[in-house]
Design a protein around this ligand. Sequence first.
Ligand code: E4P
Length: 217
Amino acid sequence: MKFFVDSADVAAIAELNDLGMVDGVTTNPSIILKSGRDIIEVTREICAIVSGPVSAEVVATKADDMIAEGRKLATIAPNIAVKVPLTWDGLRACKVLTGEGKMVNVTLCFSVNQALIAAKAGATFISPFIGRLDDINLDGMELIADIRQVYDNYGFDTQILAASIRSANHVSQCALVGADVMTAPPAVIKALASHALTDKGLEQFEKDWAKTGQKIL
Ligand code: E4P
């Protein structure tokens, strides 16, 4: 499973990238707001660090305007994936932009039918939002598994990019149900290394080592 970082925090992305944890990046208008940065400038900086797909989202609602915004965003770097919303206008923009050879990430997906029509429109990535479904007492992970099944049934090559990930548990579940990619905030990716028994075991080893009176270096 590929790891994308759901953030426009350049320092955090660079730190994870140095560890080989970054296969791509996703942003959205809320993430750009949080960064306090200009969308073009910060996205260019991210693209200079990360060689995999970097999603930059359009904000227009009409297809022609989305296409124009997508073309502009795609000039930032060759690894830009234009992010469009899952509306008919978004799908029209997806069809045109992918026809021009651009990567397109169709976002705000909350149903199997939405994922199906995004694949038929040629989406490079489909982004089903797990956490936001869980927030309203639906099962976000079940949606990932169902999309996996449907895409496999018909051989669609659109990649399932599990989004709105809120916990380390979401990440392991995504891997188990076969998401192609997961995108998570840096804090969630860092939490993947944590285990209470690792901490407990290390504490015991440190105590016992001190009792040996030895040194390695
Ligand atoms: C990524 O593409 C999405 O925009 C993001 O994962 C949404 O996450 P949120 O529901 O935590 O805002």
